[in-house]
Ligand binder design. Structure first.
Ligand code: XUL
Length: 517
């Protein structure tokens, strides 16, 4: 039996999933929720509390504790851990982990009698890891852009962006120069978790590496001008950048305690969105993907590299080769949850009542719900922006009106701000909220596209298992996509919806322009 393991180290959880390509089946899965299962780290939503709303960090030890726990839970399912032939995975993008010179030795000598978190604690040169939700680096972004110029976007795929790793590293260098000097290696979450599995420093893949403002996508190497603009001596502190299809190394003997075979190949990890591209079977151009997770993202494999003229979107490496586009909305499920709480309703209300009791366009009541600073469009001051009737603007409208406004605001923004990526006849929707039929129908109507659902909502985790089977087991990706990521259901636009959203889209275009003035 040949099994393949995918791991997903995301903002709020760690997940594991094992596939059997011969059977075409997922044979086991396990998950750890940081808030519920590891409350000792004080991160109910995966992030440490901070008095500055722009600062979002997480403790890297929490991710290590979650790796130990998810593997023991996976073993407890009774799956044949010894039949796992290869492993790969993904991490939340942009987050970074800082190791001192002891890190290399500690990784190599991991002792199964101790936990990963305990052993690696002395290896961190920065106690906490900035993650993708952080937006505290506007000054550093301006400095990097001034030094590198417009080439930063055309060659690395993005202008300087607050959450990207380069600006985060520059801020660390400026605010903690001694700790920066004491840093031997800087990893992304993905390359860090991969390093732990193999007990040595793993490369960074082109998919996740492109989220740093440091990788030249045209040469496949770190960009000298971007490195110099970020922090001194940075090249020596970064692992090499390599394609995601390569093997990082063999599994460290530490993991034999979970029944895994030491030495099985560990394929380079990538970012959660690039991994999802594979996990939803969209690694060839033609189909767009909407992932409804902590953040909402819209992405697609690109036939040729092109960048966002509005400066909000990104180009990352496609883990199967070439490039992918992406736009990210920080106020994704977090904003939907806030609206749900404020309106004192449940998800079935989102699914049915709210959308049945109101009509497309919501009688002109529009909302752009920014509970935290937004990435797309770039809005640094949180707050819900409303336009419409006086009752609605003062937050007194019925719950149905408020829910529709929040959802239409999210998906009209997504449609308008993804125009640079292209228009798609088919969109695959994944992530937790893809189970909500009301939301999915609204997406079909606003985008005027067929929306396909796939059976596995954890597409990033699945993508890791599929990449492991492809790279190490030589199983063709098309076969894996046909077996694991086939559309389970297609939702078509409601008859007559096309006209219904023309005026609201026009109004939202103006609203977005006003908000970003
Ligand atoms: C993408 C992004 C988020 C994170 C967390 O650029 O910032 O989607 O990857 O999921």
């Amino acid at each position: 039996m040949s099994l393949y393991l995918g791991l997903d180290s995301s903002t709020q959880s760690m997940k594991a999933l094992v596939i059997d390509p011969d059977l075409g089946k997922i044979v086991a899965s396990a998950a750890v929720n940081f808030g519920k299962d590891l409350p000792e780290y004080g991160c109910p939503e995966g992030v440490l509390a901070n008095p500055d709303p722009l600062v979002k960090h997480s403790p890297p030890q929490m991710w290590l504790a979650a790796l130990d726990l998810v593997l023991s839970r996976l073993q407890a399912t009774g799956v044949a851990m010894g039949d796992i032939r290869a492993i790969s995975g993904d991490g939340q993008q942009h987050g970074s982990v800082y190791l001192n010179a002891q890190g290399t030795k500690i990784l190599a000598g991991l002792n199964p009698a101790k936990t990963l978190a305990n052993q690696l604690t002395p290896a961190f040169s920065r106690k906490t890891s900035p993650i993708w939700m952080d937006s505290s680096t506007s000054a550093e972004c301006r400095e990097i852009e001034a030094a590198v110029g417009p080439r930063l976007q055309t060659d690395t795929g993005s202008p300087a962006i607050e959450r990207f790793t380069g600006p985060q590293i520059r801020r660390f260098f400026k605010t903690s120069p001694a700790e920066y000097a004491n840093t031997d290696r800087i990893h992304l979450v993905s390359s860090f978790m991969c390093s732990v599995l193999i007990g040595q420093h793993a490369p960074i893949d082109f998919g996740d590496g492109a989220g740093m403002n440091l990788l030249n996508l045209k040469t496949g190497d770190w960009d000298n001008a971007a490195l110099d603009a970020t922090a001194p001596g940075l090249r020596d502190k970064l692992p090499p950048a390599r394609p995601a299809t390569e093997t990082a190394g063999g599994l460290h003997a530490y993991f034999a305690k979970y029944g895994l075979k030491p030495g099985v190949p560990v394929i380079l990890w990538t970012g959660d969105n690039p991994s999802s591209l594979v996990g939803v079977g969209a690694s060839e151009p033609g189909v767009a993907v909407i992932s409804l997770g902590t953040s909402d993202t819209f992405f697609a494999a690109m036939p040729a590299m092109k960048t966002d003229p509005n400066g909000c979107g990104h180009v990352f490496g496609n883990p199967t080769g070439g490039c992918m586009s992406l736009i990210c909305f920080k106020n994704g499920s977090l904003a939907r949850e806030r609206v749900k709480e404020e309106c004192k309703v449940d998800w079935t209300f989102f699914e049915g009542t709210a959308l049945v009791e109101t009509k497309p366009g919501n009688d002109g009541n529009m909302a752009l719900s920014y509970y935290v600073p937004e990435i797309t469009p770039r809005v640094m001051t949180p707050g819900v922006r409303r336009q419409g009737s006086p009752d609605f603007c003062s937050g007194k409208a019925p719950a149905a009106v408020q829910v529709r406004a929040a959802l239409e605001g999210q998906f009209c923004s997504m449609r308008l701000l993804s125009e640079w990526i292209g228009q798609f006849k088919t969109i695959r929707v994944t992530g937790g909220a893809s189970r909500n039929k009301g939301i999915v129908q609204l997406i079909a109507d606003i985008f005027q596209a067929d929306v396909q659902l796939i059976a596995v909502p954890d597409s990033a985790t699945l993508g890791g298992a599929m990449r492991a089977a492809h790279a190490a087991g030589k199983v063709p990706l098309q076969d894996l996509a046909a077996k694991f990521a086939a559309a389970s259901e297609t939702i078509t636009p409601t008859t007559g919806a096309k006209g219904a959203f023309e005026a609201p889209l026009k109004a939202y275009r103006k609203f977005l322009a006003d908000v970003t003035k």
